[in-house]
Design a binder for this molecule. Sequence first.
Ligand code: B4P
Length: 183
Amino acid sequence: MRLVLVGPPGAGKGTQAERLAERLDIPHISTGDLFRANLRDETPLGVEAKRYMDAGELVPDTVTVGMVRDRLAQPDAAKGFLLDGFPRTVTQAEALSGLLAEIGDELDAVVEFVVPEDELVQRLLGRGRSDDTEDVIRRRQQVYREETSPLLDFYRDRLLTVDAVGTVDEITNRVFEVLPDRR
Ligand code: B4P
């Protein structure tokens, strides 16, 4: 199974991705987590990513695509993967299609999480990460509308939409109800 989760910041992609990846027995690949791990290890990539993340901006596509390419080349990704927070631009989506075409594969499904903006802001203020201040959150929502939402049209032939308001269990169940039965 090769899956992508798309949704605005705070939609619960990370929360659901962990559960879905475990049940599907595929690696959970989160670009946000990869950037934060680089930041903790003080790598040059982490230092570069930090200034974008703290401002609520997207890290440049070339940096992000290179990082994902390296991660997908690791052996555990051969059996499938769940991408959380990538792609976030049409350029990233085109790069991903190219990477998959090289190995004769394509995505099975793209799952979109839908949550009203006011609820997103409340959730993120409650989480309290360093990029979860109200100004930065609003900027991230704007970046989502402008740069990430065009992906929904790019993936229209494999897009599955899930109402992501409810308990964490309810949302996991909704995803499994819409997923294609290909393991
Ligand atoms: P991410 O780490 O991807 O973070 P996110 O979109 O803010 O959060 P997510 O949707 O995963 O929400 P979560 O489950 O945590 O990105 C951070 C930054 O990294 C970006 O702004 C960007 O700078 C950079 N970046 C990442 N990928 C990139 C890319 N491809 N290209 C360029 N830059 C990139 O949940 C949020 C909160 O809601 C939590 O507190 C959670 O407990 C709560 N919650 C979850 N489910 C809930 C539910 N059902 N009900 C109530 N609360 C819930």
